[in-house]
Write a protein that binds this ligand. Structure first.
Ligand SMILES: [Zn+2]
Length: 287
């Protein structure tokens, strides 16, 4: 009994099933997913919406032949919605990737990778536009994708947003060749700059022994703990209620002197964008 059951199980795994959405009888190309789902598509749609899919035979209409793909049916089902013209059931719309990235982040990045692999124009574009809105939430995954596929402006933004993330996360997500080392050097430059900025604050402000300046310093340290990219971000706060009794202290005019004084710290942020960053050069802040 047991072996009959396991034979049946095996049969279920191996025997391909048909995709519900991609099964047109007039389709002339059939793809087989890694989990044995058959997707039938029209070569005319494939040829205008993508250029990267493998063909069973370049010269003959493939018809009954199945082109095996290494991706799971979940991914191909999404991807092919960017190949086949949208239908009435979906209000003639392509998939909403804003929903997808929040619903299943791993699926989203697998889709983005597969769209690049098979050069599905609309899917590549939709993934890229979606990533632009989520570069603060998923900076390391987006940095990795953008470096792999040469989306430089977004890679620069994502690298800066990534400075809030830990080293363990960087090791997990930055898998593009050479990227992790390069990123760790970039991260280390920003950390050095953050140390310089804090040192500058301590030299010029803390010696005043003033509640207002100490308060400003604590706020500044807090925002640098969140991300060393906050070096040039001026802390906002209630300075008026924290003045000291020293009539000579600059806290009496702190709201006026603060912006000018703060510009001293901004000079430490003169670190090139990730794309222009030379990992071999020594960074020295401008004096
Ligand atoms: Zn004071």
């Amino acid at each position: 009994m047991e072996s009959a059951d396991s034979d049946k199980d095996q049969e279920r795994v191996i025997k391909p099933r048909k995709s519900e959405s991609f099964n047109s009888p007039t389709a002339d190309v059939t793809f087989l997913s890694s989990d044995s789902v058959l997707f039938k598509l029209h070569s005319s749609h494939l040829s205008v919406n993508s250029i990267g899919f493998p063909r069973a035979d370049e010269n003959i209409v493939v018809d009954a032949k199945r082109v095996p793909l290494s991706e799971h049916s979940d991914i191909l089902d999404l991807l092919f919605r960017f190949v086949q013209p949208p239908v009435k059931d979906t209000s003639f719309r392509q998939p909403d990737l804003f929903y997808e990235i929040q619903y299943d982040i791993n699926n989203f990045f697998r889709l983005a990778e597969t769209a690049e692999k098979y050069v599905v124009f609309a899917a590549m574009n939709a993934c890229y536009l979606t990533m632009q809105h989520f570069q603060v939430e998923y900076p390391l995954q987006i940095l990795n994708h953008c470096v792999l596929h040469d989306y430089l402006p977004l890679a620069n933004k994502a690298a800066k947003s990534s400075l809030t993330e830990g080293i363990d996360e960087a090791i997990k997500y930055l898998t593009a060749p050479g990227l992790l080392i390069r990123y760790l050097k970039y991260f280390s430059k920003w950390q050095d700059a953050s140390t310089y900025a804090i040192g500058e604050f301590e030299r010029h402000a803390l010696r005043l022994d003033c509640p207002a300046w100490t308060y400003a310093y604590i706020m500044y340290r807090q925002q640098l703990d969140e991300s060393c990219s906050n070096i040039g971000v001026m802390p906002q706060g209630d300075f008026k209620s924290k003045r000291c009794h020293d009539i000579e202290c600059s806290c009496r005019s702190l709201p006026n002197v603060w912006p000018d004084w703060f510009r001293r710290l901004s000079r430490f942020t003169d670190i090139p964008d990730f794309g222009d960053f030379d990992a071999t050069s020594d960074y020295e802040p401008n004096e």
